[in-house]
Design a protein around this ligand. Sequence first.
Ligand code: F6R
Length: 365
Amino acid sequence: EKAGYEHFMIKEINEQPKALADTLFPRIHDGKIDLTDAGFSDDMIEGIRKIYIVACGTASYAAQVGKYVIERLARVSVEVDAGSEFRYRNPVLEPDMLVIVISQSGETADTIAALREAKKRGLKVIAITNVVGSTLSREADAVFYTRAGMEIAVASTKAYITQLLALYMIAMEVGRIKGKLADEEYARLLKELERVPELSKEPMEKKKDLQKLASQRYMDQHAFYIGRGLDYAVAMEGTMKIKEVSYIHAEAFSAGELKHGTIALIEKNTLVVALATQADLLEKMMSNIKEVKARGGYVFAIVQERDAATVADQVDQVFTIPNVEDLFAPMLSVIPLQMLGYYAAVSKGCDVDKPRNLAKSVTVE
Ligand code: F6R
């Protein structure tokens, strides 16, 4: 039941700190992430040359974060594909490739079809899923269970965040076993990762800022979500959240790409949600923000606390997430985006938990 919340979506957003903790802590033993139950042995990891991640919708946006993080920490190249594309394009698959499928429900037809295709072609498939006993969990060679608990709202929130976490854990383990991540750096990252469940409580405390934005006229027509690198991957998920529950059209852009055409759509008061959580990209992001401001856009920026003062006078509104290792920022920055979608839907009077045209799991192709 809703435990005092108005909708399942906001209840599940608030359950994210627990979902993260439940997925992370039972898998840490003696200062190491233990993924043996999910099919990752040292031998198996040493044999991986390339990773293919296949998923649909929100899970595929989690995969986009995963690609970035795995490539960064493990130096293994990662390809991401939608289930419905993978199957019909005769993908180039090689024997030393690992296929990871991600699905909250474990019942998405396109993702199941992709798993079957990969297995038919002789590849090992690991499923990241939230549902014990689901089709994917039964058919995969091994399963990484996210422990988000049952997700009822159609818009995925706590499942997505645990999918991110699962991918971070995989990236760190592959990086460690392959010798790409030195012991010290691994230990430092793990310590930081252990802080994330607690830190993820903070954005919920600032709901007023998001409610305010959600009820303003900037939300009328359409919005752009921009970011670079990891922030771009999170922007994709952010636009999904606002589109599906509030029916506001939103598009995610890598900030550097905006000027190659789409900036033509920025006019006075167009809402631009700018994610700028990455220190090495902050300066570049600021110049993209200036381009948007110069055309009258209304910029809502999401940054780490440490950068709030730098950014404040160059944007219209700032939302800060707690300071964290940059790599892990997606698990915090997605929360205000989920809340923005939620509050926009509430202020428009939409049926938040059951948006039009959508079902919780898509079992048709
Ligand atoms: C969006 C959403 C969908 C699902 C997609 C895949 O909030 O929930 O995009 O992510 O239909 O579903 P699963 O993860 O069950 O395979």
